[in-house]
Every structure is written in structure tokens, then in C-alpha cells.
Design a protein around this ligand. Structure first.
Ligand code: DC
Length: 222
């Protein structure tokens, strides 16, 4: 069976670009677990649900279908109950609220169940916050990407500006710092490196350099 690869780290550390490249090079499936929490947040907001209603949101997670479909363009489309929500889940509103939804134990239970099922056959590169520590603790290849807050904010800001969103660096830095705080301090599966994860500081590295480094380690340890 092909081994799974876990890539964790805070927002803007370069996880998704690197995880996508690693998956492509290995011929594995890329699974962006943050997109699952985002899609659920998008659905809750579009239904006008109260984000403090933990039971309601847990029930929503249990009754929502979330799927990934790799497109020829290299983008992986995200479907929520059959609807393509790839663009909607990157909105500033979803970005601001998602860490509240992701902190609800019942929501995590449902989505983790789904994530483990997707990885059960092996051959998956999964990125998130708790993949190495909680979702796939048996994965033989675990990486934790970090970068300075300043650099992570700069990357995210550039991404948003390229998408045509009018945000300042200051706003992006504050939003990321707040998300880091909530993701690291929550009681269930907080953001932290697994004891056996390789920690890589990407502040001064390009995504290609990080990908090459990760592939090299995977080859050495396979
Ligand atoms: O990676 P991202 O920024 O798209 O993640 C969105 C949010 O979901 C972020 O606040 C952390 C949370 N998340 C999580 O709690 N566990 C995961 N495995 C992935 C993301």
C-alpha cells in the first residue's frame, strides 16, 4: 500500500502549494482539509445558522456531503452537497469565521471521520492542522511547515490582491494572528507539530525548494 503524507502548519506557511506539488510528483491524491472546514462554514453562513450553536453545526457536518475533484488545470475543486464552492470558501467572511466552526468538537469528529475514510487506501497527501497528531497519527511521513507571521501575512495578502480583494497588509496580518491564536489554543486537536514531524521553516524558501526537500526526505525514509 502507498504511504500517506501529512503536512500541517499555520495559515500562510505554504502548505497547500507544497502539498499539491508533492501529491503531483508522487501521483498521490491531494486533500485540503481546511477546505472542508471552510465549505461547512460557508454552508452554515448561507443558511443563516448561529455559529455558537454547536449541536446544530455538528448535525450540519454529519448531513453534509463534501467532495474533491481534481481539474485538468491543476486546481482541485471543492463540492458541498454537489455544488462547486471552490471560490466561495475563500471569501473574507468565511476566512474570518472558519476557526470558530473548526473549534467545535462535534464538527471535527464528523470531518475527521470523513478524512480518515479518504486516506484509508493510502496514496494521499493531506494538509491541515492536526493531520500528523490526530487524523493520521500512523502516517510514516509527517511535515510541519512554519514561517514568520510577517511573511505568512505577505503571502496571503498577495494571494487575495491577485484575486481582486481589497484588503490591507495590516488586516491580513491581524486576521492570521487571530486565526493562529484560535487554532493553537482550542481544546480539541490544537495546532502543534507531531513529535515525529520534520519541521521546516519556509520563511526564506520557495515552494519548489520546500517540495524538493520533502520529496528527498520521503525517498530517504521509504
Ligand atoms: O488551511 P486553511 O486556512 O484553509 O484552514 C481553515 C481553517 O480550518 C483554519 O482556521 C484552521 C482550520 N483547520 C483545522 O482546524 N483543522 C484542519 N485539519 C484544517 C483546517
Amino acid at each position: 500500500m502507498r504511504d500517506n503524507v501529512a503536512i500541517d502548519g499555520p495559515a500562510g506557511a505554504g502548505k497547500s502549494t507544497v502539498a499539491r506539488q508533492v501529491a503531483e510528483k508522487l501521483g498521490y491524491l491531494y486533500i485540503d482539509t481546511g477546505a472542508m472546514y471552510r465549505a461547512l462554514t460557508w454552508k452554515a453562513l448561507s443558511q443563516g445558522l448561529n455559529l455558537a450553536d454547536e449541536e446544530g453545526l455538528s448535525a450540519l457536518a454529519a448531513s453534509t456531503s463534501l467532495e474533491f475533484k481534481p481539474l485538468a488545470s491543476g486546481v482541485t475543486a471543492v463540492f458541498c452537497d454537489g455544488r462547486d464552492v471552490t471560490m466561495e470558501i475563500r471569501s473574507p467572511e468565511v476566512s474570518q469565521k472558519v476557526s470558530r466552526v473548526a473549534a467545535i468538537p462535534g464538527v471535527r469528529r464528523e470531518l475527521v471521520k470523513h478524512q480518515r475514510k479518504m486516506a484509508a487506501g493510502g496514496g494521499v497527501v493531506m494538509d491541515g492542522r492536526d493531520i500528523g497528531t490526530y487524523v493520521l497519527p500512523e502516517a510514516p511521513h509527517k511535515f510541519f511547515l512554519t514561517a514568520s507571521l510577517e511573511e505568512r501575512a505577505r503571502r496571503r495578502w498577495r494571494e487575495l490582491v491577485n484575486q481582486g480583494q481589497g484588503v490591507t497588509m495590516e488586516q491580513v496580518r491581524e486576521e492570521i494572528a487571530e486565526r493562529d491564536r484560535r487554532d493553537s489554543q482550542r481544546s480539541v486537536a490544537p495546532l502543534r507539530p507531531a513529535p515525529d514531524a520534520v519541521v521546516i521553516d519556509t520563511t526564506n524558501l520557495s515552494p519548489e525548494e520546500v517540495t524538493t526537500h520533502i520529496l528527498c526526505i520521503i525517498r530517504q525514509t521509504s
